[in-house]
Write a protein that binds this ligand. Structure first.
Ligand SMILES: Cc1cc2nc3c(=O)[nH]c(=O)nc-3n(C[C@H](O)[C@H](O)[C@H](O)COP(=O)(O)O)c2cc1C
Length: 214
């Protein structure tokens, strides 16, 4: 097939693309347990993730015990800002990786985590990947041996919010054809404007607006 034979027209839509587009980081959950079958289904999705030389360097610890969730909630923070959704999520999946498996073990774990989050979305569950936490403390709480790294935490539960999609760069700002074109790459201010900092600024402004105060 030559490039001119490639069909053009509206972007295709199918359930996988819809789930990818719809998934949002969920930071508020209903007080409702995640059924065991759903937990198994999302972990099964992780099982089929690609990994370097098929090393599958991941291990997952599923935490549903309220006390252990609370402990994880206490160590998940961005400097002084505690992530409340970690302690309040009905389930947390800790993603562990084996550093000696290969030098891409964190990438392998991230790909497995992405499968988990997309599978969860397809089942009506919400997730949030959390990288901001104390690894030594998580290690203690979860009983993780020194040979494994705690790569991330994924909160899981039925969503109690429907967040607006945060801004994204346009395809024309990060896709290059054949060779890299520096003129397409976004400027620093554009990158910052499309990042979470932007959402944070927007949220802060909404919170401080006169309408809110009255
Ligand atoms: C590696 C990584 C680390 C993240 N760490 C955190 C975190 O510590 N706390 C949090 O609330 N969200 C965290 N997130 C979620 C991002 O903030 C979120 O994916 C981003 O703002 C885009 O929003 P969306 O997931 O709704 O599309 C993390 C995401 C990734 C991929």
């Amino acid at each position: 097939m030559s490039p001119s034979d490639v069909p053009t027209g509206p972007a295709p839509v199918n359930p996988v693309l819809e789930v990818i587009r719809r998934r949002r980081s969920i930071r508020a959950y209903l007080d409702r347990q995640v059924p065991e079958e759903a937990l198994e289904a999302v972990l099964e999705a992780a099982r089929w993730a690609p990994s370097a030389v098929n090393s599958q360097p991941w291990q997952f610890v599923v935490v549903t015990d309220p006390d252990r969730r609370r402990l994880l909630g206490e160590i998940a923070r961005f400097y002084f800002l505690r992530y409340r959704h970690v302690g309040s999520a009905p389930a947390i999946i800790a993603v562990l990786g084996r550093p000696t498996a290969n030098r891409w073990y964190q990438i392998d774990c991230a790909l497995a985590a992405a499968n988990i989050m997309l599978a969860a979305e397809s089942l009506g569950l919400g997730t949030c990947y959390v990288g901001g936490f104390s690894v030594p403390a998580a290690r203690r709480i979860l009983g993780v041996p020194p040979a494994l790294d705690v790569v991330g935490l994924i909160t899981l539960g039925y969503p109690a919010e429907r967040p607006e999609p945060p801004p994204r760069l346009g395809l024309d700002e990060f896709v290059h054809r054949e060779v890299y074109n520096p003129r397409r790459a976004p400027t620093l201010s554009r990158r910052l404007g499309r990042s979470g900092l932007f959402s944070l600024r927007k949220r802060l402004r909404a919170w401080l607006s006169p309408r809110r105060r009255s």
